[in-house]
Design a protein around this ligand. Sequence first.
Ligand code: TXA
Ligand code: MG
Length: 342
Amino acid sequence: METKKFSEEQLSEAAKILAAGGLVAFPTETVYGLGANALLPEAVTQVYAVKGRPSDNPLIVHLADPEQLKDYVDNLHPAAEKLMAKFWPGPLTLIFSIKNNSLPPIVTGGLSTAAFRMPANKKTLSVIKQAHVPLVGPSANTSGKPSPTSAEHVLHDLKGKIAGVIDDGATSIGVESTVLDLSDPAANPMILRPGAVTKEQLETVLGSEVEIDKHLVSESERPKAPGMKYKHYAPDTKVVMVQSEDWPAALDWVKQHRLRAGVLAGPSICETARFETAAVYMYADDTVEAAAKGLFAGLRALDESIAGLEIILAAAFPETGMGSAYMNRLKKAANQNFFQVK
Ligand code: TXA
Ligand code: MG
């Protein structure tokens, strides 16, 4: 199959292909999604097939307008209206109980709940509107690869397997949306996956407590979002996280052991590290927001940078605000390993 890059003028063509059951990857503010008509089970089956993704892992239904929710949900959580008004379009996915048979079981993994989000990308919103159907959109990578933050990443993984990709450059956030469980109107909202919309922001808007799924705090707990249990991308090269105060010792250690090391960090660290290591991927600045934006692209780049890279040292950040989402993804890539000063 030829995989096309759709220009701004060709969005209506992309929408037609999607409505008819084809697969088109779309940009969002978080990562690129692999779009398909959420109401056509055959199209959704294809999504799992081309990604190589386990089909018990439910998908997010992407909407162009909060009004579209009414077709699927009749019992909104009391927090829902406020959150949608404040954060949609944006990187917040909401889980609701759905009306019986309102979505194909292949979308929900057979659950009585489903995930919804309205992404903040003009081209994508326009395509969803023109397709007149909601779109499923898991990250548009092969399962086991980092989520794609550019159209090039999508093509690297899925060229030849999908009808096309809508290119809108690099995504601005870089990690997937916050997933918030609102399925029980009597329960407090609960974060199942950390993202750019933080617990603190949610609590400020709601003026009440937001809980965090226990598995995000303790490794021995089972996650409530099915997708969080799967092994995420870990590069072939071993990744070790480095706390900011440990960088001098970590760079010393790779030097002493003559390791071919890669560094994934902000400019203040990379400026020294580039003379002592084999490869660096530098975040745009030293903030955790820049780190989140560059994380997946950096892991892809370093993994492919030079043959025989033995270790990747990656900057750790405090786990507050955006740091929760960044560290959640990095810890998976690093298999929880931190550099420890002997
Ligand atoms: O930022 C994003 O959310 C991106 C962009 C493309 O929109 N999409 C994305 O989709 O990350 P995906 O499929 O990779 O992640 C969806 C997550 C999974 O962890 C899944 O288990 C969870 O949402 N999820 C979906 N439906 C659920 C449900 N009914 N109950 C609990 N978790 C659910
Ligand atoms: Mg994903």
